[in-house]
Design a protein around this ligand. Structure first.
Ligand SMILES: C[S@@+](CC[C@H](N)C(=O)[O-])C[C@H]1O[C@@H](n2cnc3c(N)ncnc32)[C@H](O)[C@@H]1O
Length: 373
């Protein structure tokens, strides 16, 4: 798969503190790195180019499959509204020989200004900070932590710190250190609408990526089969309205979680929730659907491996029956072999348009985007 991300490198513009109003709204060009789940690089790049003004020179980060970098001069707030990334980091580059040297008056004000920026971008603001670095307990880092505590009033908390500073040897120059300051106090994948957790819930960034892969449109009739707590449904509706949105699950607790999350997202009146087995017809009355999404049960959390093949097959057949000609079906599944087998059997129903492998904390689910024949 080609990402379209160019592998250019160049000098860092560095971070120059500005006045408070400039920092909160319109910064000059800065280097920003966007962390995401490996596999989603091309989806993330498309989102950056489409949704950010002031983004230039999007390029790969040497040796990383979970980050791309760009020069950015748009509003900081826009970075926190991205849906497919896990976190944006502001990159500060210093010609310092070691991290401990960053306490010097030559470098430290930039770090302090970045901490100040994070405090103004997040509500509630950070109360603690942590260092993400090899050897973060060494004397040099301890000196830097003490200086940052003094300057900002934040408390150093190695485990739970909500302002995160990541340290690494400079990427764009022969010597020196980069400090990557996470601009959000918690990963963006932890959505504020998720007020009900659910075993086996989809990752919200993956759900947002699925929405982009099928292409949302206001004229769409949309169905989320086996909706669980509603991650795919909610991320679809947050990307824009749909003509019709239906979500189906045969589990009452799942639908209650879905209703709660929908309400928290301010979307409760935009979807019909149906308690039914996908084999039943009740949910299909609002079709035929232009886009259908599903993430069938996996592992032992929400299902069993023994029934997985029949569930995947039922999904492909029932979605086909309720889909409009040319409709898209996006399936997120961990059961790759089973899905491949079912796709071969259902070859007369669906054409495979795209398969995207995602690397997610030891799991390697795949997003299949299919087109109805
Ligand atoms: C992996 S979970 C979905 C998680 C969901 N995307 C979320 O983010 O919370 C799979 C869901 O499929 C539902 N399910 C399993 N078999 C079903 C069937 N035959 N008909 C309807 N729902 C089913 C389960 O109740 C479960 O909620």
């Amino acid at each position: 798969m080609t990402t379209g991300v160019s592998r250019t490198r160049g000098p860092s513009p560095g971070y120059r503190p500005r006045t408070r109003s400039q920092q909160a709204s319109q910064p000059p060009s800065r280097r920003v790195e966007f962390m995401f789940l490996p596999g989603l690089d091309f989806v993330v790049e498309a989102e950056l180019r489409e949704r950010l003004t002031g983004v230039r020179r999007v390029h790969a980060v040497h040796g990383r499959s979970d980050a791309i970098a760009a020069d950015y001069s748009g509003p900081w707030e826009s970075l926190l509204s991205l849906r497919t990334i896990v976190a944006p980091f502001l990159v500060l580059s210093f010609p310092a020989p070691r991290p401990g040297s960053l306490v010097s008056g030559e470098y430290f004000p930039e770090i302090e200004a970045a901490a100040d920026l994070v405090a103004r971008l997040n509500a509630p603001p950070p109360r603690t900070f942590r260092f993400d670095a090899a050897g973060s307990a060494s004397a040099g880092y301890r000196k830097l932590a003490a200086r940052l505590e003094d300057a900002t009033g934040l408390t150093y908390d190695d485990e739970e710190g909500d302002l995160v500073l990541r340290f690494r040897r400079a990427v764009d120059s022969a010597a020196g250190w980069d400090v990557l300051v996470r601009l959000c106090t918690r990963p963006l994948s932890r959505r504020p609408w998720r007020v009900h957790n659910f075993p086996g819930a989809a990752n919200a960034c993956v759900a947002a990526a699925m929405t982009r892969l099928v292409g949302p449109a206001p004229s769409q009739r949309f169905a989320n089969l086996m909706c669980g707590s509603g991650t795919l449904l909610i991320e679809r509706l947050l990307s824009g309205p749909a003509l019709v949105a239906v979500a189906v699950d045969n589990d009452e607790d799942a639908l209650a979680a879905c209703a709660g999350n929908l309400s928290a997202a301010g979307l409760r009146d935009q979807a019909r929730l149906v308690r039914a087995d996908i084999a039943e017809d009740a949910w299909a009355a609002d079709g035929p659907f232009d886009v259908i999404m599903a993430d069938p049960p996996w592992g032992t959390l929400t299902g069993s491996h023994d029934t997985s093949e029949s569930v995947h097959m039922a999904l492909l057949e029932r979605a086909y029956a309720a889909a409009a000609p040319g409709a898209r079906l996006a399936v997120l599944t961990h059961e790759i072999r089973i899905m491949e087998r079912c796709l071969r059997q259902a070859g007369r129903l669906w054409t495979e348009y795209q398969a995207v492998r995602v690397f997610q904390k030891g799991h390697h689910p795949r997003i299949y985007v299919l087109t109805r024949k």
